[in-house]
Design a protein around this ligand. Sequence first.
Ligand code: UTP
Length: 464
Amino acid sequence: MKQKLLDNLAQYGQEHLLRFWDRLDPRQQESLAAEIAKIDFALVHRLYERQDEDHTRALADRAGPPPAVRMDATDNRFSHKAARERGQEALAAGEIAAVVVAGGQGTRLGFEQPKGMFPIGPLSRNSLLQILTEKVVATGKRHGVPVPMAVMTSPATHEPTQRFLAEHNHFGLSEDNVLVFCQGTMPAVDAQTGKVLLAAKDRIALSPDGHGGMLAAMARGGVLDSLVQRGIRTLFYFQVDNPLVQFGSAEFIGHHRLTDSELSTQVIAKQAPRERVGNVVEVNGRLHVIEYSDLPDDVAERRTADGSLAIWAGSIAVHLMDTAFLQRMAGQAEALPFHRAHKKVPYVAEDGRLVEPQEPNGLKFERFIFDLIPAARNAMVVEIDRRQGFAPLKNAPGAAEDTPEHVRAQMVAEHRRWLAAAGATVGGGVQVEISPLFALDIEETSQKIEPGTQVTQDTYFRIE
Ligand code: UTP
């Protein structure tokens, strides 16, 4: 077996992967051989040699603002009311499913379990997955049709996520409405040499192939077809780390449908030219997302006549994607390019020692879901207020932003706002949290809370 593997690896200069072969037991040899068999070394070689370079920088020069539904505009094509009604129709017809991506490694947060299990609830300490799943459950109840939820995991998060959902009875969703599927992986390579890194003597340094791996994984595992067979026309996509996501927003869904868009995305108005969010732009009638790191300063600084930013729309990774569009794209193997990320990748050195690099040493290859946008017909954006729909959990406690403390504070502030709008008085410094099963939004809070209600101590609002 060794010689056959070596012959194959030699074509790509990757023979070092068998450096420790003779010291492995047969079981370890078998698992290493199986990992090697799954890798497309020609692709890895091409990606390392930059033959698949992406052209986002060139796009930036021609970038303009995207077609958008703005929060304060009076000239939107469809009224908020018309959109809400159209969205409610789609939800009541059972045409919408949720898809949450939860395959990331959560490196920055430094939590030892999958990020979805992080106890984010400011008072309840409920997990991200619980809060998000309850939004899906509540949306189904509101419209009288259960909403299925697809959950994308990766080899590292698959088993614990599945177990966690099962242990909690899928947080109120019926089992047949939860579709957990695992994304693929890509090997990390040494940035200097292009050699694939070993994570252990018998294991390759593999990492998830990016949230864009969703398309191939959904198609491969039959999840996409199964959703289509159930009559799902549109997927409501979000990330596992944003507990404020306005899941099931009828208005967003309605604008998507009324525009006859194949892919619509929620955005926030950027506060600064170089804010660290993806920029949604239009180039030659097509929408694109340009990463903040790829946006040249002069383009980022461009202003319109009224002094506002020309490149204003910041992506928050909340998308509506039509299933017919995804089926079409899944048929085109190279629909999504790979991006290269320079990261710290622990590896086994020639002498067999495990090295924990202090500086980025490796390249990881990832696909991004937003690279689908240029291919979508009538793609457009819908603006929301960031405080009301975007609180990403990225960093460990103590960091400058996107920490558990920041996310909890934002949840409390948003729920205080809902209560205030319902006519309640919430004492200064009082913490509140509203379960999605109690109320999903400001209107529902107003239906449940009597005007004049005094909230004088920390309160978690939930159904009894
Ligand atoms: P991030 O790129 O922020 O990565 O993912 P992360 O795993 O949360 O954190 P770091 O960068 O390692 O610190 C954004 C969203 O995309 C999902 C994540 O689970 C998160 O919901 N994702 C990311 C995947 O599902 N698969 C991937 O390969 C990458």
